[in-house]
Design a protein around this ligand. Sequence first.
Ligand SMILES: Nc1ncnc2c1ncn2[C@@H]1O[C@H](COP(=O)(O)OP(=O)(O)OP(=O)(O)O)[C@@H](O)[C@H]1O
Ligand SMILES: [Mg+2]
Length: 253
Amino acid sequence: MALLRVEGLTVRYGALAALNDMSWQVEAGEILGIIGPNGAGKSSCFAAVTNAVRRQGRVHLAGRDVTGVPTYELARLGLRRTFQHNAFFGELTLLENAMAAMLLQHSTSLGRSIAMPWQEAATRRRAERAAAELLTSFGIAPSDHAKRPGDIAYGTQRLLSVVLAYGAGAQALLIDEPAAGTGGPDMKRLADLLVDLRRRGVAVVVIEHHMDLIMTIADRIVVIDQGRKLAEGPPAEIQRNDAVLEAYLGRAA
Ligand SMILES: Nc1ncnc2c1ncn2[C@@H]1O[C@H](COP(=O)(O)OP(=O)(O)OP(=O)(O)O)[C@@H](O)[C@H]1O
Ligand SMILES: [Mg+2]
């Protein structure tokens, strides 16, 4: 059974149908790639899945219809999204960012998280250890943990966004252009991170423009063009799909 299944998602901004009758599914331990030209509707799709925009259609998570569930509650259920731009607490260290991410995801209500006894030294030490372990296990070196996000390498910032979204565990992660603005060794680290998430059983959906990255790690690819699904299949098939080549190459020419 698919861990995350979306059906007939449609997003309109005024007269523009940014996303039109989009359906796909992803299983636990699978990487679904989403590609498509600029403005195709990829990010709008993530907004639709996470109920962050007015949309039509249905969303099922782990067999449950979660269409009406608000964004923050979906996050608590383990369906989370990262953004094209970096998003973290700029005034907190990496370690504190990780602690905050884990804390927000673990508590059943905001009230309880506020009431958490952070003052208690032993509790804080435990939380710090867990946060340090989270960062290190995903390849963020301890020498960076006391720094603020703005003071670490850009490639590591991109990694951090994904790690914070995962927090202490997630069922499904929607990752929007993780490799944006990076190249070379950073792309390799990101690829390793995404494959690691798959190994941990997460249902991973990745939007990415870097074809070499997505074609290497994705199990399946959905191509979006002008809000609609243009093609779907394993990377090797997508690479020789005429309609896909036309959408990318024909229009770029
Ligand atoms: N909040 C908004 N209000 C109005 N139009 C929007 C809004 N967000 C996106 N759009 C438009 O909807 C269409 C789809 O945008 P979207 O951001 O989903 O594309 P994308 O595939 O993620 O593109 P990119 O690869 O450039 O990130 C575009 O034409 C965009 O200009
Ligand atoms: Mg986008």
